[in-house]
Write a protein that binds this ligand. Structure first.
Ligand code: FES
Length: 110
């Protein structure tokens, strides 16, 4: 019998309950240790830690964080392991990941 397909009598709930337990991992935001579960997005890990804003707009320094949650608006940009301007809602967490808040001033990059 193939294991590629779930039991035809199973339900979405029973399939979710049968999934291996998520592993708790650690990552950091500006040196602050956070925990997340494998499979979480960076944005989910930040929100779960009570962090709702992790960058500011260049012009008026307005706080930004998760907005669309599907990779379209680019409001959630963050530096991941030294790579700036990554979408937190699209990036999965990984063990030891180092996140940095975006702190450029209004004149940088012009
Ligand atoms: S929240 Fe819109 S791109 Fe990430």
């Amino acid at each position: 019998m193939s294991t590629d397909h779930p039991d035809p009598g199973s339900t979405p709930v029973s399939q979710a309950e049968a999934r291996p337990a998520d592993r708790v991992i650690q990552l950091t935001l500006d040196g602050r240790v956070l925990t997340a579960r494998t499979g979480d997005s960076v944005a989910a890990a930040l929100i779960d830690a009570g962090i709702v804003s992790w960058r500011r707009t260049r012009k008026d320094a307005l706080p930004r964080g998760l907005f669309c949650g599907i990779g379209i608006c680019y409001d959630c940009l963050i530096t991941i392991d030294g790579h700036p301007d990554q979408r937190a809602c699209m990036a999965p967490v990984s063990v030891g990941m180092q996140l940095s808040t975006e702190r450029r001033d209004a004149t940088e990059g012009r």
